[in-house]
Write a new protein. Sequence first.
Length: 490
Amino acid sequence: MGSIEEFVEGRTPASAEEIHTLRELVADWQLLSDLSFADLVLWVPLRKDDASWPTGYIAVAHIRPTTAATVFAHDLIGDEISWGERFYIDQALSHGEIVRDTEPYLLGEVMVKEETIPVIMGEKVIAIISRHRNSELMRQPSRLELNYREIAHELYRMVAEGNFPYRNAGSLFDPTPRVGDGLIRMDVNGTISYASPNARSAFSRMGWTNELAGYSLGEIAETVSREKDDAREEAHVTSLSGRALRRVEVENVGGVIDLIVLPIIAGPNRTGAIVLLNNVTELRRREREIVTKDATIREIHHRVKNNLQTVSALLRLQARRIEDPGASQALNEAVRRIASIALVHETLSSSSDSLVDFDDVLDRLVAHALELTPRMSELNIARSGSLGSLESRIATPLALVITELIYNSLEHGLETEGSKLEVAIERHTKKVKVIITDDGVGLPEGFSLAESSNLGLQIVRTLTENELRGKLTLISDENETRAELEFPLN
């Protein structure tokens, strides 16, 4: 389905600002369709320039109501009509006025009544809305339908006067409550003149026992709202007066109601307002549960990190008391591995999600490895590429693998302060490649990773194959030794 720009490009002199206004209208016009129980089609006139008379129109948008059955079996988007083919559309364009009281016509097996509304920007008609309703459903409307249709007429008049869509609405309509979720109609003083059954039910669940009609919506909201220690930026009496476009939440122990206040404007004057509302109690409860869950998970990571650091400190203390050099070295290697895991949990404890900024982790892993290898304290490790954020299920084993490979180079491969150690990272859409290179003594002749008795390399191979689902290759020649680690991201 093409955009408005694609349909009219080269066929109309519409400016970028006019196209933007039409996009905003289409973004908000589900409200118009639902209130008028009608299909809406947006027609843009086709002409060479503003001085030329239109040769016809093209339909750039079509919306169906959620409050009634559609009258069109197929979308009309992309359809074209010639000038003179649809009299009411021509009339709305020519006079810049809404055309009502038209004669119904037969569409398939349904008698349809069409009305047309000019879309005004400044003093220019930039498009026409055709509204199509089943005329049979208009004969005995309920009180709800009468109020919806009266409100729809007021909003269509705002379209024809250039006051709808609302300017500077921003994200106010995201997401937009549906008309069926609840609607309140207010007079110019903010007093409720009509409330739909769902609106009455929403406030009833909040503890309001009287009818809504005849009361000030702002005062009702103040009555049912839960008092909070922090003062609201704006009192409900003001924000729900109907004087300005607002989105407000009313909350108490019984629930939470989301309200959008839409002023009704006639010419230069405000004549009242409508309020769309939705009971978002369950949504807010789930959001609070998620926040609580995230905070709990972060606290768990923090405690795991503290516990690992405690274990690490105990092992380090034990290593100092052991006289056997081999046993002491084994404990120090355990300390290093535990520290790598603790570092990932420390990062997760301060993260807002389950992703780990692995570049920061890698920098700290390198610094920690150098601290544990005093004879290489002056070594400058070169690093290239970036890993970015990784899921914790990948970050933890990867931290251990890289730690072991770096430590293996520092401990067994490099012999002098002038030696070189490089860490190169290549991150692609679906995979990551990490290459650790040193110019040390190289691998022993006949070396096999699968048959190596080195505990560190055995850990690396196991984590690479089982946790990262990747592969590790060790390559050595007369100039350098490379450890190439490759694993998928999904």
